[in-house]
Design a protein around this ligand. Structure first.
Ligand code: PLP
Length: 428
């Protein structure tokens, strides 16, 4: 496949956009080479600027769970645009999508819409701090909650000390209020609660982690977090920006039957437009302005185009009773096929999967947290990525990303992908 035009477009972009991209992972730094510029997408396929057709396993990092340019979503956006694109005033559409979301997701009474997953998580933390009147939060190494200051934190020295910034521009003052625990390690969480008695407002977690590859919670982990939060009067925040409306209608709360106090959404909830949301029971949501004292706002929040896209998407998910079953079957089929060919070809690997989230790690040990995710062989991953790309299969350009399976994929696409993986891994 040729990438002449993409390469030229990237050179042009680099002159006026830092690194040529508006979000770093798109730049191919993790795998080398230059990014592919997309011309259009339809169903399970991307069509790039050089005329190549690629099977897409990123799907805009999750939102296109029903495939690209899904007709009901496109129709809703097009229809709505004719009546104006932003008012900064309430619309009935906002109530409709809120009603639907509240009916689909357990344990929430009210929901507030924002413009990204970052905003949702950032606002959820402020709300939790305002509600509990405490300052510190716990997050897990390797979990991503957007790029707001409180989350760009790495572990400091010693497990029970406070975090340190992992980006210039984040102040030590902010970093000291974020404590780092290890995923799937309840002891690390218990230690933080003990060392910071009555100071922890909330614990935020990806209940199925998807930003260090896919890392499922081990049995008892989420239950343990629930208990520790309740015991310590801290709020449990499920960041379901990736998992919400993807792993089940009601997300991970429904899938594993665990009650979170605040839930964050993004990705699927916007149907491919910029939307995030956070939700909780009345007692907590009523702490938000204009009812309560915690301030949060947005000129474009609840934007009619975005709400129309999100509503059309959620309606499809709500009424398609086979969707999650179909997604699970397709992803299981892919998983079994990858197992078969990688084993035959003598590759050292681990596959993690929950529903339609799956990741291949080039290491023999189970991947259960950030440390074990980092053990994967990145040189092999690079060969894997570029090899698949040559075959017309596009996976995320980083070893730390989950693949997002879309319902638009056919079994022929999956067979094609498995054959491509066979071919590529023979040449490792
Ligand atoms: C993508 C993601 C975010 C950030 O969402 P943006 O819309 O990119 O700001 C937050 N949390 C999780 C779990 C995510 O996967």
């Amino acid at each position: 496949m040729l990438y002449q035009r993409s390469s030229q477009l990237f050179i042009d972009a680099e002159k006026v956009i830092p690194g040529g991209v508006n979000s770093p992972v798109r730049a191919f730094k993790g795998v080398g080479g230059t990014p592919i510029f997309v011309k259009k997408a339809q169903g399970a396929y991307l069509y790039d600027e050089d005329g190549n057709k690629l099977i897409d396993y990123i799907n805009s990092w999750g939102p296109m769970i029903l495939g690209h340019a899904y007709p009901p979503v496109i129709d809703a956006i097009t229809e709505r645009a004719k009546s104006g694109t932003s008012f900064g005033m309430p619309t009935e559409l906002e109530t409709q999508i809120a009603q639907l979301a509240v009916s689909m997701v357990p344990n929430i009474d009210k929901i507030r819409f924002v413009n990204s997953g970052t905003e949702a998580c950032m606002s959820a933390i402020r709300l939790a701090r305002g509600f509990t009147n405490k300052n510190k939060i716990i997050k897990f190494a390797g979990c991503y909650h957007g790029h707001s200051d409180s989350f760009l934190i790495q572990a400091g020295s010693g497990a029970s000390t406070f975090g340190t910034p992992n980006s210039p521009g984040v102040t030590p003052g902010t970093a000291q209020d974020t404590l780092l625990a290890n995923y799937n390690d309840l002891e690390s969480v218990r230690n933080l609660f003990e060392a910071n008695k009555n100071q922890i407002a909330a614990l935020i977690v990806e209940p199925v982690a998807g930003n260090m590859g896919c890392v499922p919670p081990l049995g008892g982990f989420l239950e343990g977090l629930r208990e520790l939060c309740t015991e310590n009067e801290a709020l449990l925040i499920f960041d379901e920006v990736m998992t919400g409306f993807r792993l089940a209608k009601g997300g991970v709360q429904e899938l594993y039957n665990i009650k979170a106090d605040i839930v964050c959404f993004g990705k699927v909830i916007g149907g491919g437009l910029p939307v995030g949301a956070f939700a909780a029971r009345n007692e907590i949501m009523n702490y938000l302005a204009p009812v309560g004292p915690v301030y949060q706002a947005g000129t474009l929040s609840g934007n009619p185009l975005a709400m129309a896209a999100g509503l059309a998407m959620l309606q499809e998910i709500n009424t398609n009773t086979q969707l999650f079953d179909n997604l699970d079957k397709k992803t299981a089929y892919l998983e079994a096929g990858i197992h078969k060919v990688l084993t035959q070809n003598g590759v050292v690997y681990t596959i993690n999967r929950v529903g339609s989230m799956i990741s291949v790690h080039f290491d023999a040990q189970p991947v259960v947290d950030f440390q074990t995710a980092k053990n994967g062989d990145n040189e092999t991953f690079k060969k894997f990525f570029h090899g698949l790309l040559k075959e017309g299969v596009y996976i995320a350009p980083s070893a730390y990303e989950t693949w997002f399976i879309t319902d638009a994929l056919t079994y022929e696409d999956l067979d094609f992908t498995i054959s491509a993986i066979d071919k590529v891994s023979k040449a490792f």
